[in-house]
Design a binder for this molecule. Structure first.
Ligand SMILES: [Zn+2]
Length: 258
């Protein structure tokens, strides 16, 4: 169930007893830290997972925690996890952080918020096979995703959600309300938007985490969105199912001969 940031952080720190490396990263010029967790064999390719950059989208952070607590992440990768990238917004239930900044527009130029700078500095020199960022959308009728960097991992995530019987957003009306792109600059299908990262960055007026990470650090970046109107447990299960399916798809991608 939903809880405070302190409760979330305590659950992550308890995972230190189970070989999850959890540390707190300082946010320079802000009175807060971010949790950074790592798990898996450091010699394996790394997947970046994060959530909570928008504080009014609480399911993502709890879904990531549950994935690690339950041991659901495949051991074919190692993982670098940012469990909640906007703790002050998480506790206040606001999209923005305590200073009123939308952190997910500040990942350009080395980071233009204390939270983005902390993440980008710690991630510097790291390369990821894939990056996934968990969000929610109050306008959505079902799950959907953004996919950057090519590939069709989002297709695998949608197929897994379909197989489990979860609602997929057709992206016919939601997208007008939520998306910054028109059809000339992205491919849009049921449950999935494949956008041009350069065009989207320009239209957003600032880089999101996924757009920043796919520039230099990750071959593929996905942003998953669950519908805020659906019951809590359904949204938790949607994110969990989608993340696991994406990881399976990325392993196939990795094994395929060049
Ligand atoms: Zn969001």
């Amino acid at each position: 169930m939903e809880g405070t940031y302190q409760e979330l952080a305590a659950r992550w720190k308890a995972l230190r007893a189970r070989d999850v490396r959890v540390r707190e990263v300082a946010c320079v010029n802000a009175p807060r830290t971010l949790l950074c967790a790592e798990t898996g064999d450091a010699g394996l390719p790394s997947v970046a997972l994060c959530a909570g950059v928008h504080g009014d989208e609480p399911v993502g952070p709890w879904a990531l925690l549950e994935l690690v607590e339950s041991g659901a992440l495949s051991d074919r990768f190692s993982y670098r996890i940012w469990p909640c990238m906007n703790p002050s917004g998480f506790d206040a239930g606001t999209r923005e952080n305590a200073e009123g900044i939308d952190v997910n527009r500040t990942f350009g130029r080395g980071g233009q918020s204390p939270e983005a700078r902390a993440v980008l500095t710690a991630n510097r020199d790291r390369k990821f096979a894939m990056s996934i960022d968990l969000h929610e959308d109050c306008d959505a009728a079902g799950f959907y995703c953004y996919e950057y960097g090519g590939g069709a991992i989002g297709v695998a995530a949608i197929a897994a959600l379909d197989a489990a019987g979860y609602a997929i957003d057709p992206l016919e009306t939601t997208f007008d309300a939520a998306g910054p792109l028109d059809d000339a600059r992205c491919l849009r299908e049921r449950g999935r938007i494949v956008a041009d990262r350069v065009a989207e960055g320009a239209l957003l007026g600032g880089l999101s985490y996924s757009l920043a990470v796919v520039r230099h650090a990750a071959r593929v970046a996905l942003t998953f969105e669950t519908p805020s109107r659906a019951p809590w447990e359904v949204r938790m299960a949607m994110h969990g199912t989608a993340v696991c399916a994406a990881i399976v798809a990325a392993s196939g991608f990795r094994d395929r001969p060049a």
